[in-house]
Design a protein around this ligand. Structure first.
Ligand SMILES: Cc1cc2nc3c(=O)[nH]c(=O)nc-3n(C[C@H](O)[C@H](O)[C@H](O)COP(=O)(O)OP(=O)(O)OC[C@H]3O[C@@H](n4cnc5c(N)ncnc54)[C@H](O)[C@@H]3O)c2cc1C
Length: 466
């Protein structure tokens, strides 16, 4: 269905400038997918506003006509959230990419939504400050996208997730009203917390146009350990032994299974440390004093060896750390190169139940013949599972994938967890939301959506099943 006629195109051009509205086929293609393989929806136009007023004017026009608007950051999402699944326009926030202020006195940063997360980190670190949220996509994703997905990352085990750092937001609501909530204040309980309502709303309740973020002092000393194990279970038990047993909360506790490490080794074309191990843990430790960090890593290394680790590799220099992280950083790219068709699940479970989750997933994979590779944030109980199509015939894949995904979700929920920890429901997981939420919760969420977006034009076709 086509929503935009020549007049609407003209009005869009007059709002954002002719150079910032495109219907060129190559542009539509570029904005028709995110990083999830195989899910493609062409928008009718791509519109790139430069400021909040332009976003608001586009939303007022969208209500008047009406036509669907799908907000987009930098398109690294893994649940199809930024795709125009019901047509209309993609509203890309990529031009709103300025760091407006780094306020050292108040430990705050004010940014536009299109700022690349890794760029903000570099800027604040150059001033001895720290923005800890580090999705593995940090060099290519936007802060606005992180807010919309409530992104996490390896450092969540110690420092938490995006929500923990947002103290203020400006947003354009679906009908075009501009709202601001919070600011450079750590405490604020005035009325309903509109900022927290928008965080994690996957671009369905408002378009985020400015963000105030809390910063921390940068811990000056950081050491990373790479720890191989001959079996998956002791690797995961080691996580609890460190946190619960020794009361040390590392900055990072990531795990990778052999299949993933081996694939990365082949992809990189060079040897990766301990690639024959059944599982690897990457443990990051940080602190203000060198001696304190050394004491921590000696204790952690001891526990790892007691728990059955085959070795402990310590990386203190930037180049050693780079090598230690190399496989983890290229993992998703590697898996996509191996199998252009696939899906990535990101289930969560209580940390202590991760070994059971891992075993159940391995069993489902063996029984169904769907190839799966597991890795993830062991410290916070968030496991990623790439389900890879490989050479599987289309029909077998299309029929089998929802069943396999449902089995994995059932296991995660049965262990006290849920179906997504950070990638969001988006488009691809809508049909499963009823597994994780009851009818009353879904009704309350839909009422909120209808109240803010009565015409259903902001990012339609997401989160809720048809
Ligand atoms: C290699 C790789 C590693 C990843 N690792 C992690 C990880 O460790 N942790 C993690 O949490 N995620 C991870 N992701 C997923 C993804 O990077 C995050 O979800 C990220 O937050 C998306 O940001 P983006 O700018 O690319 O958003 P997009 O993909 O463009 O959009 C994502 C969603 O946000 C909405 N949106 C975007 N901008 C706005 C805005 N300004 N206002 C309102 N809604 C908006 C969109 O409508 C969409 O629903 C990874 C992805 C890849 C490819």
């Amino acid at each position: 269905m086509s929503y935009l006629d020549g007049q609407v195109h003209e009005k869009l051009r007059s709002i954002v400038g002719p150079a910032n509205v495109s219907s060129a086929p190559e542009d539509l293609q570029n904005y028709a997918h995110d990083e999830l393989p195989g899910v493609v929806f062409l928008p009718e136009a791509v519109v790139k506003p430069a400021n909040t007023e332009e976003v608001a004017a586009v939303m007022r026009l969208a209500n008047e006509v009406p036509f669907p608007v799908t907000p987009r950051g930098l398109g690294t999402g893994l649940s199809g959230g930024a795709l125009a699944v019901q047509g209309g326009i993609v509203l890309s926030l990529e031009r709103m990419n300025k760091i407006l202020e780094i306020d050292e006195a108040n430990l705050m940063a004010v940014v536009q939504p299109g700022v690349i997360t890794g760029e903000l980190q570099k800027e604040v670190e150059a001033r001895g400050l720290f923005y800890p949220v580090d999705p593995a996509s940090l060099d290519s994703c936007s802060i606005g996208g992180n807010i919309a997905e409530n992104a996490g990352g390896p450092r969540a085990v110690k420092y938490g997730i995006t929500r923990d750092y947002v103290t203020g937001l400006e947003a354009v609501l679906p009908e075009g009203e501009i709202v601001r909530y919070g600011g450079k204040v750590v405490k604020n309980v005035v009325g309903y917390d509109l900022a927290n309502l928008l965080i994690g709303s996957e671009g369905t309740l408002g378009i985020i146009t400015e963000i105030t973020l809390k910063l921390l002092p940068l811990p000056p000393h950081r050491v990373d350990l790479l720890v191989p194990f001959d079996d998956f279970r002791p690797a995961i038990r080691t996580v609890a032994a460190i946190i619960t047993g020794k009361k040390i909360v590392p900055v990072v506790m990531e795990f990778m299974a052999r299949a993933g490490v081996k694939a990365c080794e082949a992809f990189l074309g060079r040897e990766v440390p301990f690639s024959d191990a059944a599982a690897q843990l990457i443990i990051g430790l940080a602190g203000t004093g060198k001696a304190e960090v050394e004491r921590q890593y000696e204790t952690v290394a001891e526990i790892c060896l007691e728990m059955g680790a085959a070795d402990v590799l310590v990386a203190e220099t930037p180049s050693a750390k780079e090598r230690l992280w190399e496989a983890r950083r290229v993992l998703l790219e590697t898996l996509k190169a191996q199998s252009p068709g696939g899906e990535v699940e990101d289930v969560v479970a209580p940390r202590s139940r991760i070994p059971e989750l891992g075993e159940a997933v391995a069993e489902i994979s063996a029984r169904t013949g769907f190839k799966m590779v597991q890795w993830g944030h062991a410290g916070d109980g968030n496991v990623h599972i790439a389900i890879m199509k490989m050479e599987m015939p289309d029909r077998v894949w299309e029929e089998g994938l929802p069943k396999v995904a449902e089995e994995i979700f059932r296991v995660a929920i049965g262990l006290g967890g849920s179906i997504t920890g950070e990638h969001g429901i988006g488009y691809v997981k809508r049909r499963f939301i009823t597994m994780a939420l009851g009818a009353a919760e879904i009704r309350a969420m839909k009422r909120l959506k209808e109240a803010l977006d009565p015409k259903g034009i902001l990012n339609p076709g997401k989160i809720f099943p048809e």
